[in-house]
Design a protein around this ligand. Structure first.
Ligand SMILES: NC(=O)c1ccc[n+]([C@@H]2O[C@H](COP(=O)([O-])OP(=O)(O)OC[C@H]3O[C@@H](n4cnc5c(N)ncnc54)[C@H](OP(=O)(O)O)[C@@H]3O)[C@@H](O)[C@H]2O)c1
Length: 325
């Protein structure tokens, strides 16, 4: 089969299209013929090892697993011993993390992490969902989202942000989206009640307060968030500048008070229950993936380079099988 292989950490230039052996599903796994994958910042971190901690988990000197790709959508090709949930031919999607390997024509996947695809989605749309949408859902739940809350989403236009806006609206919140000028219209279309263009206005000095702030992108220090959170407001950091992660890890627990403001860091984990919940919303048309760009498998390095530049508008998809339009 064809796969995008990397054998050392580095820029997208280290990725190569190669012919390699097809994986064989073990007990409890199914072999999926990959129709589409999508790229995530986790792939970027695993490729570049720009965060040193990546090396502790993925290999100190070189990556232990040579194929990236966490999100997958495709058809079950064969099933391993004891796998009973799916039949060959079923259309499935899922989030492979902490494993990866969907930048390839086939991947062996534990059946427990997959869900059947909603029938109204293409493979490309389904591949855009799992990691980003589950992260958005878990971020909002960590912040105890409730109907009627004033929720601000900082970094509302990327993969995670575009799902966070839609899910916050689904939960009945009044949503303020923060994004750059070119993405203001998209945030409105996704349902945001107010949109702040961070290039023109600083929400930390605008005098408004929020019950929940969820940040798929954060470049704002905790002291500024404290000002704009209501007295019992919650802040959930999902992504952003590395120094702010450390600030949150050190000072978050000290600043979080019972009955007062709380500051937490999300560590999202894919699971079949959350994917099933999202599948229902997708099937009912209450949630939709926003796809910025499509790339063929051979141009996965280009897709990662684009994502790594930090301004994708929604998700970036790899079409492993070109679908008829
Ligand atoms: N904690 C977890 O468990 C977890 C799980 C998954 C992902 N993540 C992290 O979450 C982050 C977002 O992931 P993603 O897939 O959504 O990435 P993405 O698709 O690349 O989106 C990043 C977004 O950040 C926005 N942005 C850049 N500068 C900004 C600024 N100054 N103010 C506000 N927004 C700004 C960009 O919007 P504009 O183009 O409009 O500027 C872009 O759309 C990443 O750092 C990722 O590593 C964390």
């Amino acid at each position: 089969m064809q796969a995008i292989v990397y054998e050392r950490y580095g820029s997208p230039d280290v990725m190569q299209l190669r012919e390699i052996a097809q994986p064989v599903p073990r007990a409890g796994e199914v072999l999926v013929k990959v129709h589409a994958a999508s790229v995530n910042m986790a792939d970027w971190h695993l490729l570049t090892a720009d965060i040193f901690l990546v090396r502790l988990a993925a290999g100190l000197f070189k990556p232990k697993r040579s194929i990236l790709g966490i999100d997958v959508a495709g058809r079950v090709e064969t099933v391993g011993a004891g796998s009973r949930r799916f039949q060959p031919g079923d259309a499935v999607f899922g989030d492979l993390f902490p494993n990866h390997g969907s930048f390839a024509e086939y991947v062996a996947v534990p059946e427990s992490i997959l869900e059947t695809m909603p029938v109204n989605l293409s493979f490309a749309q389904a591949a855009a969902v799992p990691l980003a949408a589950m992260t958005a859902l878990q971020g909002l739940r960590l912040g105890r989202i409730a109907a009627g809350q004033r929720v601000l989403i900082n970094g509302a236009s990327g993969g995670v942000g575009s799902f966070t806006v839609q899910l916050a609206k689904y939960f009945g919140a009044e949503v303020t989206a923060v994004c750059s000028s070119g993405n203001v219209e998209q945030a409105r279309i996704l349902g945001a009640d107010q949109v702040i263009d961070y290039k023109r206005e600083d929400f930390t000095t605008a005098g408004r307060q929020y019950d929940l702030i969820v940040a798929p992108y954060s470049a704002v220090p905790l002291s500024a968030y404290r000002r704009v959170l209501s007295p019992r407001g919650r802040y959930v950091m999902i992504g952003g500048q590395g120094s702010l992660f450390f600030q949150l890890m050190v000072f978050g627990p000290l600043l979080s008070k019972k009955g007062g403001q709380t500051f937490s860091l999300l560590s999202a984990k894919g699971n079949a229950q959350d994917l099933a919940f999202l599948k229902e919303l997708l099937a009912a048309g209450k949630l939709r993936p926003v796809i910025d760009r499509h790339y063929p498998l051979a141009q996965t390095a280009e897709a990662l380079r684009y994502l790594g530049a930090g301004h994708a508008r929604g998700k970036v998809v790899i079409d492993v099988v070109q679908e008829a339009v």
